[in-house]
Every structure is written in structure tokens, then in C-alpha cells.
Design a protein around this ligand. Structure first.
Ligand SMILES: C[S@@+](CC[C@H](N)C(=O)[O-])C[C@H]1O[C@@H](n2cnc3c(N)ncnc32)[C@H](O)[C@@H]1O
Length: 279
């Protein structure tokens, strides 16, 4: 299922992506500043959890691939569950998450673990969230099976991912600027779990109760703004001196394309699956 060239799943690159908080922080910031359409994802996750859960305050909630803890904080505030487990493989991400959930009005534990082998007993969680992380699994079905194992009867999994063609305009721009002539042929970073295959991955493992898609749109103010985002993406084959340096990327872009606003889109997909029925 995995592509050897996909930096999000390839062992040589994937383990380096989250070693420091700065890359994800810069990527999130560039996208956040550009966003012109689309709801705040963490708030939508909390809305879906409250809509689909009878007693959130009794729940044990696990936030897999919690990253910097943005959704963990919102879930802790909005659901006030009995216990929230923020889980990630990256120590740097957990340090950031721990700071973000400090003072949250509920018990939160940050745990370092791989979502393929959760350090949780069978039938323990009422909610498991996996937002923007399943595409780091070479075979996400193994993670979904692990989620199913830890869910209580009637418990819900909330999975969130993006379309495989997310930010396609940027592929075209990078190719047109000649900084990676093959940009449009690079495999999607979201290739293993995306808007188009998430239902098919989940249905054989857990019954699906809800799916929704929302187009998010981003207006980058110009090439500096685009470069700030490109410097955080491992998708392209850029010269090594350029790969993570926004100024060098911006200079290279400006030499070949007009410096003007750039609009890009990504479909965000929310899927809720429910284990059995509590009744
Ligand atoms: C793009 S971030 C998503 C963060 C957060 N869920 C959000 O929605 O903002 C992906 C996270 O998945 C984590 N991750 C990747 N592979 C993982 C694995 N095998 N087990 C647990 N976490 C993993 C990364 O360390 C990273 O923090």
C-alpha cells in the first residue's frame, strides 16, 4: 500500500519529520495565515464527538498522533472527559502537547506510543480521534484495527484526513518554476489514507456512521508566503541547499514565476465509525 517515494510513510524520512516542533509549527502557521475557507478542524472534531456521544464526561478519550496538542486541548475543554490520553511517537510533539494542555479542566496524560501498538487495554476508550496522522501509516488498516480493539461497545472513532490532491496548485507552481520539474508526478503525501479511500479502509473493520467532506481554501499572499509553506513539505525533490530554506525557495520561485497571490485547496474528510452498539 505504501509508496517507497512517499516521505510521509518512508522509514528514512518519516521518522525525521516530527523530531522538532518547528517544522509542523511553521507549516501550520503558513496554512493558518492563508486559510480563507473551512472550519477549525479541532472544533469540528469536538462538535462531532458531542453529537455522537451520550455521556462525554464519563468517557476515556484517546487523541492519536496528537502532535502539538491542538485537538487534545479543545477536546479536554469541550468534552471534559474522565481522562484524555494524548498519544504520539514524537517526544518533541509530546513536549509541545504537554504545554498546550497545561491547566486544562480535565485529567490529561501525554503518552509516547506508536498507534500500531497502543498501550491501552481492550475495550477502554469511548472516543478515539486520529486526525491528520493515519497517512503516516504504511497500512492504515492496522491502525484502524488497533482503534477497534480499544473502543468500548458503542464507542466512536473520529478519523480526519485530506484529499490526495491537496494543494495541487502548489505542485503546478513548483513545476512551472522548475525547482522540481517532476512536482506534479510526486506521490501524494496522503496516499495511504485520504478522502477517497478512508471509507474503504474502515468499512471492513468498523461500521461507519457518518462521513462529511469540506473544501478548505488557502490564499497565499505571494511567493514568500508560498515558500514558507514549501519549506515545510517533504513532497518535492528540491536541491538540498533549498529544501528547508524559505528565502532560497522564494528567490528561486521569483526568478521564474510572477509574484502574485496563489490559491490552493484541500478537501478535509471527517469519518465517524462506531464499535457495535452499547444497547
Ligand atoms: C500532522 S501531525 C497531526 C497532529 C494533530 N493530530 C493535528 O490534527 O493537528 C501528525 C502526527 O502524527 C504523529 N505520528 C506519526 N506516526 C505515528 C505513529 N506511528 N504513532 C503515533 N503517532 C504518530 C506525528 O509524530 C505527528 O505528531
Amino acid at each position: 500500500m505504501t509508496s517507497p517515494e512517499n516521505a510521509f510513510t518512508h522509514p528514512a524520512t518519516a521518522s525525521r519529520l516530527y523530531q522538532e516542533e518547528s517544522r509542523l509549527a511553521a507549516r501550520t502557521s503558513a496554512l493558518h495565515q492563508a486559510k480563507i475557507q473551512g472550519r477549525a478542524v479541532a472544533e469540528v472534531i469536538a462538535d462531532l464527538a458531542t453529537d455522537h456521544l451520550a455521556e462525554p464526561r464519563q468517557a476515556i478519550v484517546a487523541d492519536l498522533g496528537c502532535g502539538r496538542g491542538t485537538s487534545s486541548r479543545i477536546l479536554a475543554e469541550r468534552l471534559r472527559p474522565r481522562h484524555l490520553l494524548a498519544i504520539d511517537t514524537s517526544q518533541a510533539m509530546l513536549t509541545a502537547a504537554r504545554a498546550r494542555v497545561e491547566g486544562a479542566p480535565t485529567r490529561v496524560t501525554c503518552l509516547r506510543a506508536d498507534f500500531h501498538r497502543l498501550p491501552l487495554g481492550d475495550v477502554t476508550c469511548a472516543v478515539v480521534v486520529a486526525a491528520f496522522c493515519l497517512y503516516h501509516a504504511p497500512d492504515p488498516r492496522l491502525v484502524i484495527a488497533e482503534i477497534a480493539r480499544v473502543l468500548v461497545a458503542g464507542g466512536i472513532a473520529i478519523m480526519v484526513t485530506k484529499s490526495a490532491d491537496s494543494y495541487r496548485t502548489l505542485d503546478l507552481l513548483v513545476a512551472a518554476a522548475g525547482i522540481d520539474a517532476g512536482a506534479t508526478r510526486r506521490p501524494s503525501l496522503y496516499g495511504t489514507a485520504h478522502s477517497g479511500n478512508l471509507e474503504a479502509l474502515t468499512a471492513p473493520i468498523l461500521p461507519i456512521v457518518h462521513v462529511e467532506h469540506e473544501e478548505h481554501r488557502f490564499a497565499f499572499t505571494g511567493l514568500d508566503h508560498v515558500a514558507a509553506y514549501l519549506a515545510t513539505t517533504p513532497k518535492y525533490e528540491l536541491p538540498s541547499a533549498m529544501a528547508t530554506d524559505p528565502d532560497t525557495i522564494a528567490t528561486a520561485l521569483r526568478s521564474r514565476v510572477i509574484d502574485a497571490p496563489v490559491v490552493a485547496a484541500s478537501t478535509v474528510t471527517y469519518l465517524i465509525a462506531k464499535r457495535g452498539d452499547a444497547s
